[in-house]
Design a protein. Structure first.
Length: 207
């Protein structure tokens, strides 16, 4: 009986070592994936990887370090994107009149007008993610007076069914985001007078 126990012990130890090595290999793979995602600027996805690693082994300091870096990077991105929106919100447009204007021309107008009204301090970069046909044929009719530029952008978003997202270095306009529905312009801006109508329909998608 003693001989059997002595013989079984090395087998059990060998099996434990194999399992441990397999776990280490899996952790290393996930860690490498996390580092790659971090280097690509995909901080939220990288956080998922490093969090999973630390659940398996909280002692892995490199994973904890990268997790901290991811959180800091995401916080920085949010601050930058909020900053862009805040700068544009301070720009008051005295009056604008779009009559059946293409969405592409409207976005170009916002860029030029922001630069003019800010004395060259603010020049927003719009990225339109629709097709050339959408950029040319998505048209808006809109009249506004004395409104922040962010409000004007919001109305254009509603009327054209275009999703607007403020990112770190640009304002993204995506006409293909989600399911389109009738626009809702029930909430009027307290900072200006406006009338708006459009032949197109769309959900007021806005970030």
């Amino acid at each position: 009986m003693k001989i059997t126990v002595l013989l079984s012990l090395p087998i059990l130890l060998f099996g434990f070592c194999l399992t441990s090595l397999k776990a280490q290999s899996d952790i290393q793979t996930v860690y490498n994936e996390g580092v790659t995602l971090y280097n690509e600027g995909k901080y939220a996805d990288a956080m998922v990887k490093f969090t999973a690693i630390l659940k398996e082994d909280p002692r892995i300091v490199h994973a904890r370090s990268y997790l901290t870096k991811c959180r800091a990077a995401l916080a920085g991105n949010r601050a930058l994107s909020s900053g862009i929106k805040a700068h544009i919100a301070q720009i008051i447009i005295p009056e604008l009149n779009f009559k059946d204007a293409p969405i592409g021309d409207i976005l170009d107008y916002f860029t030029i007008r922001a630069e003019e009204l800010s004395g060259g301090k603010v020049r927003p970069n719009f990225i339109y993610k629709g097709s050339a046909d959408q950029r040319r044929n998505t048209r808006v009719t809109l009249s506004l007076r004395n409104v922040p530029m962010t409000e004007a952008i919001r109305y254009v978003s509603q009327l054209s069914g275009t999703y607007i997202k403020y990112e770190e270095h640009a304002i993204v306009a995506d006409p293909n985001y989600g399911v389109k529905a009738e626009p809702d312009l029930g909430e009027a801006s307290s900072q200006g007078e406006q009338t708006a109508n459009s032949g197109s329909t769309g959900t007021p998608l806005f970030d």
